[in-house]
Design a protein around this ligand. Structure first.
Ligand SMILES: Nc1ncnc2c1ncn2[C@@H]1O[C@H](COP(=O)(O)OP(=O)(O)OP(=O)(O)O)[C@@H](O)[C@H]1O
Ligand SMILES: [Mg+2]
Length: 329
């Protein structure tokens, strides 16, 4: 059912979320006062370099932060309910019915000793209380839907008998079989070759339209972002530094970090002359154990000033829906 009330339209509302990992060397602040919203039916891209907190964000939503990590504070509202207040059993129900996840490596997400059919039907039988026969039929329907021809035969196969692209299709079928409100896709196409990548992304978009599922698309690939997302949040060292709709991001990114990511897009390589090299952002992501005073990006930023070293920039709205965390834009 489509709702036009702005508040009802909000599916995920993360407020001031803090996640830390307690390591022998110290405390790594993986997420620092993270605020993030996902609207019903939209695709939100979450982009940033390795280690910036993309996967931790998704695991926090699922309430699956691994040891030695811990959610320190904050709220995660989903469909109007605070997931932080749910117990394990209630969370299992949310994960089975309303939030699904697909990962980069479908092989590790599939159980090698169970057939595709058993894996697809198990959750339906356990969580949706379906009978075996009805579950089989529904599994066939969903395999068909993700473009697997002869689903009856595929149901009897084991994961190792399928190609990478096929396995990812099975994962999508599994993820969407509960018709979730939210699909979290963590680098879903990174392990696939380019043509298969495009097919899988198209498939996800088709099914999203059909079920009005919101997608949190986690990727380091700005090409994927350009192709499938509505809005984008750029993360750096556990904080969102820029957020806007995808068109604005590619037309007028404002944060120096976002601009660095844009300049580093490999597809631009074809246009470079021999003597030019692909741009890389200088330096590295700061260690989360010892974040600098002030802006976290200061050591790599060409616009850095005294202010950046002494104060942390607020996340401020520059134009409607375009938020940036920088003193110099
Ligand atoms: N299992 C863990 N043990 C210890 N620290 C962790 C663990 N998982 C995450 N972290 C910490 O949280 C930070 C964010 O990790 P996260 O996995 O969210 O990065 P990411 O943005 O998904 O990176 P990638 O693009 O490589 O997947 C890491 O830099 C690390 O400090
Ligand atoms: Mg990750």
């Amino acid at each position: 059912m489509k709702q036009d009330n702005q508040k009802d339209n909000l599916l995920v509302d993360i407020r001031d979320l803090n996640v830390a990992f307690f390591l022998r060397q110290g405390v790594a602040r993986a997420l620092a006062n993270l605020n993030l919203q996902i609207k019903r039916g939209e695709t939100l891209g979450l982009v940033g370099e390795s280690g910036c907190g993309k996967s931790v964000t998704s695991l926090a939503i699922m309430q699956l932060i691994p040891e030695p990590g811990k959610i320190m504070s904050g709220e995660i509202h989903f469909n109007g309910e605070d997931l932080m207040k749910k117990n394990r059993k209630q969370m299992r129900k949310v994960r089975a019915n309303s939030i699904s996840m697909i990962f980069q490596d479908p092989t590790s997400a599939l159980n090698p000793v169970l057939t595709i059919g058993d894996q697809l039907t198990d959750t339906m039988i356990v969580h949706q209380k379906m009978g075996r026969k009805a579950a089989r039929e529904k599994a066939e329907f969903h395999l068909n839907e993700v473009g697997i021809s002869n689903p009856g035969r595929q149901l009897k196969q084991y994961p190792h008998e399928l190609s990478g692209g096929m396995k990812q299709r099975v994962m999508i079928a599994m993820a969407l079989s509960s018709e979730p409100d939210l699909l979290i896709a963590d680098e879903p196409t990174t392990a696939l070759d380019v043509t298969i990548q495009a097919q899988i992304l198209d498939l996800m978009l088709d099914l999203q339209q059909k079920y009005n599922t919101a997608i949190l698309m986690i990727t380091h690939d700005l090409g994927v972002i350009a192709e499938v997302t509505d809005r984008v949040a750029v993360m750096y060292a556990g904080k969102i530094v820029e957020q806007t709709d995808v068109k604005t991001l590619f037309k007028e990114a404002l944060h120096p970090y976002t601009n660095g990511l844009m300049k580093a897009i490999p597809s631009a390589v074809a246009d470079l002359a021999d003597h030019e090299k692909l741009y890389t952002i200088p330096g590295n992501v700061p260690t989360l154990l010892e974040l600098p005073h002030g802006c976290y990006f200061q050591k790599r930023c060409h616009l850095v000033s005294e202010e950046c070293r002494s104060r942390h920039p607020e996340f401020t709205e520059r134009s409607a829906g375009h938020l940036v965390r920088c003193f110099h834009v």
